[in-house]
Design a protein around this ligand. Structure first.
Ligand code: PFF
Length: 453
């Protein structure tokens, strides 16, 4: 972020710079690791349908809310709630956002570590070093997981300390399109492999009879996770956004980009899962649940690259995992930025001390997860599936009934002068006041009722 002498918070250099940074936060492991895994566990196409629906009816309006609160207050989530209301309950809600960031990052670095180990797996495999490639490909190796998580956290902290915007802007502007191209080519390749047809069908032809509350909850959690919503990451990023920018339009780009990449990742991974199954690899158990769990893509994709064989396999395999680690890095930066900016703003700690201290603290939690990766599902359920929508519920209620939509309108007018006479305004107002909070609350309440019943 470029810093100006008068305001040491800094702003993103350009509109495209901001969009790239926010898209960098949104596009990450959530699209390529989490989306296909959760979808495969939840009935394929029907999940995709509900997911896309929820992205547009809940995700997009909440994104506009987070960005406007952030730009208005120029603060982290705790500071933002405090700046606009004296009610201590909202300060507590701000802490919840920070806590979700800490918890999610603690397992995010483990999965991101796997993207690095599988990069090496591809290289070792190509050079015939099969012992080495098998060693790095073991996601149950606690020491390896721990080492890679420390490495990945080190990279995240070092970028947060240096110029955030330059690094992210460059990574997203050049490397993300490369990731998209590689995914497209791989989809083309997979399309003609035996067994892939069943995967495409599972992905694109919905069976609406499988839709139940679990599926809807999972889709809502995925929408929040993938769009980086519900924990104030976009409040924090919005605080660096210039007053000249049109928030709804920036949010629309980010949402579109994020959904597009998740959709493509599904087009690649679902058929690959079925291809692997056609070759005799057990992917589902008798009850239709995935056997692979969080390691799904790390089991089927390397096989795909090995099958391509030779230099082709190496080029696609190594580039895919390299680009995926960059995508993970531009997201982990935003996860760490939330607690870091909280400590800087509210406790006057220097950026350096804050980033290193919090990075070290989260790494300690990650070490426990490194040795017991089964914890990932539990932490993910509490903080992503329940935690982020809960944060989103509080943010929409806060905007609508405490800060008030009229105040939000004044903020949104910066960069969107005629918002008052645009169709967007009345529609967004209805969504943020009624549709979003009611839907989120209903889905969460049904889940809690199911659990305690
Ligand atoms: N959206 C990121 C992904 O899809 O990988 C993960 C994430 C980043 C979630 C930032 C939440 C957040 F605040």
């Amino acid at each position: 972020m470029a810093t100006t002498p008068t305001n040491n918070r800094g702003t993103w250099n350009t509109k495209i710079g901001f969009i790239l940074a926010a898209a960098g936060s949104a596009v990450g492991l959530g699209n390529i690791w989490r989306f296909p895994t959760v979808m495969a566990e939840n009935g394929g196409a029907a999940f995709l349908f509900i997911y896309v629906l929820l992205v547009f009816i809940i995700g997009f309006p909440v994104m506009v809310a987070e960005l406007s609160i952030g730009r208005r207050t120029q603060k982290n989530p705790v500071g933002a709630f405090k700046a606009l209301s004296n009610n201590k309950l909202f300060t507590l809600a701000g802490f919840w956002c920070v806590l979700c960031g800490v918890a999610i990052l603690s397992f995010y670095v483990i999965i991101a570590g796997w993207t690095i180990s599988y990069f090496f797996e591809q290289v070792f495999y190509f050079f015939g070093m099969t012992d080495w490639s098998a060693w790095v490909a073991n996601t149950d190796n606690g020491w390896l997981n721990a080492g890679l998580a420390i490495l990945f956290m080190g990279l995240t902290v070092s970028i947060i300390l240096g110029g955030v915007s330059q690094g992210i802007e460059r990574a997203v502007r050049y490397l993300m399109p490369m990731l998209v191209v590689i995914i497209l080519i791989l989809i083309g390749y997979v399309m003609f492999q035996p067994g892939a047809g069943a995967g495409f069908r599972e992905y694109l032809v919905p069976d609406f009879s499988v839709i139940d509350m679990d599926l809807i909850l999972a889709a809502m959690g995925q929408a929040f996770f993938s769009l980086s919503l519900g924990m104030g990451a976009l409040i924090t990023y919005g605080s660096y956004l210039s007053k000249r920018e049109n928030i709804p339009s920036a949010a629309a780009y980010v949402t579109g980009f994020d959904v597009g990449i998740a959709f493509l990742a599904g087009m690649l991974i679902m058929p690959t899962v079925y291809m692997a199954q056609a070759q005799g690899v057990a992917i589902f158990d008798d009850a239709g649940s995935l056997l692979a769990g969080p390691a799904l893509i790390f089991q089927v994709l390397p096989e795909l690259f090995h099958e391509m064989g030779g230099l082709m396999g190496l080029i696609f395999g190594a580039s895919f995992f390299f680009l995926l680690s960059i995508a993970a890095l531009t997201s982990s930066i935003s996860l760490l930025e939330v607690p870091t900016s909280y400590v800087i703003d509210e406790h006057g700690v220097s950026r350096k001390k804050a980033a290193i201290g919090i990075g070290a603290f989260i790494t300690i939690i990650s070490l426990f997860i490194a040795f017991d990766t089964g914890l990932i599902d539990h932490i993910d359920f509490i903080f992503s599936v329940i935690g982020l929508p809960l944060g989103g519920l509080i943010i929409s209620l806060f905007l609508a009934y405490v800060w008030k939509t009229e105040s939000a309108k004044m903020e949104l007018q910066n960069g969107f002068e005629n918002i008052g006479s645009h169709w967007f305004w009345p529609v967004w107002k209805i969504f943020i006041k009624f549709i979003c909070p009611i839907l989120i609350a209903l889905i969460l309440a049904t889940t809690i009722y199911d659990v305690i019943r």
